[in-house]
Design a protein around this ligand. Structure first.
Ligand SMILES: [Zn+2]
Length: 354
């Protein structure tokens, strides 16, 4: 039995190809010194199987290809594995798109995922840019923004832990719509658009989830249009702070009045007045570029219904993959979700093996 056998699952290969893949797996694991690390071995095996499916059956080329990828991702000898682990633990528990994939599809992406830090104000893409990378957001927040000719702009969608940027790459989309700008700094994982495209070609589940995500975004834009048109500024600002709180670790949000006026499309003086009212009521504290959430329940009581509607959209779009044990994030604890069973119960009913 070759080293790769237990990872093959339903894949069918000739015995000589299995031998070649097993040799490559052994050599990569030896080179990276990860023979005792089951998770690292599984990620490497998944990558080798992917390459073999695409036609590469030469053990030396398989080995060299995977080692080159590992070394390209880090200057540290074992960084590939360290980063893969990081992607596996953090990515899995804190991005709803990744959490909705079963283990095999997740590993298909995890082999390529690299952690990246997103700094506030960074533009991930502008309108018409080619889609080069796909980002999965973990503790950061990104706004999709429409900019007018005179430079005024408004947020159409705010993305947090359910966020994916560059998702149209799944069906070969080449260009980005609107501007994606990092509102709240934090962590994300990324992979090349071509790698995401290849994964969606190989896995119907990844392709279908990207389609569902597209529907989710359309629904969120519709909600945003209604919110902007029908709801009062205080309710909208509280809704925005709730969303920001959901994708932040802790209770302090890095946001200025200027930024709030931009995302809500109102004058800064209007934001100042609302902030003062919220401070007087003990809902928030604010100082320079920081807003601290002092009383989440009071904030929720003043927010419009749109926060709850968007949360339901997220739960309906991303049921937890059957059999997966999803870890509960800080934001979900804030939402009153205390166990994976609660997450299942809140979203669309899903079949589970637990
Ligand atoms: Zn609203």
């Amino acid at each position: 039995m070759g080293a790769i056998d237990r990872f093959l699952k339903n894949a069918v290969f000739e015995p000589r190809d299995i031998t070649a893949m097993s040799m490559a797996l052994d050599e990569v694991c030896n080179e990276l010194k990860v023979n005792g690390d089951a998770l690292a071995k599984e990620i490497i095996a998944t990558r080798i199987i992917e390459l073999a499916r695409r036609g590469e059956r030469n053990p030396i080329k398989l080995r060299d290809h995977v080692l080159a990828e590992a070394k390209a991702q880090t200057t540290r000898q074992q960084g590939f594995v360290v980063e893969s682990k990081l992607a596996n633990t953090d990515a899995r528990k804190s991005n709803r798109f990744l959490a909705a994939l079963d283990q095999q599809d997740y590993l298909r992406l995890a082999a390529h995922l690299r952690p990246v830090a997103l700094h506030q104000g960074r533009v991930l893409h502008d309108n018409g840019d080619p889609i080069e990378h796909v980002y999965f957001l973990h503790s950061s927040s990104v706004s999709l923004v429409v900019t007018m000719r005179d430079g005024t702009a408004i947020e159409t969608v705010m993305l947090g832990r359910a966020g994916v940027i560059g998702w149209p790459a799944a069906w070969g989309g080449r260009h980005c719509n609107g501007r994606a700008i990092v509102r709240l700094p934090g962590s994300a994982t990324q992979l090349a658009a071509a790698e995401f495209r290849a994964a969606a070609r190989e896995s119907e589940a990844i392709y279908q989830l990207a389609l569902r995500y597209n529907d989710f975004l359309l629904a969120q834009v519709q909600q945003a249009v209604a919110c902007t048109t029908l709801h009062q500024l205080e309710a909208r600002l509280c809704r925005w702070l709730m969303q920001a709180h959901d994708c932040t670790d802790g209770n302090v949000i890095s946001v200025t009045q200027e930024l709030l006026s931009q995302v809500l499309g109102v004058r800064r003086t209007s934001v100042t007045l609302v902030e003062q009212a919220l401070k007087s009521a003990g809902v928030i504290g604010s100082r320079r570029s920081r807003v601290e959430i002092l009383d989440r329940s009071k904030l929720e009581a003043r927010a419009c219904e749109c926060h709850g509607s968007i949360r339901n959209l997220i739960d309906n779009t991303f049921p937890i993959a059957p059999g997966e044990k999803k870890q509960v994030t800080a934001s979900e604890i804030r939402m009153g979700i205390s166990s994976p069973r609660d997450i299942h119960d809140r979203g669309r009913p899903v079949s589970t093996t637990s």
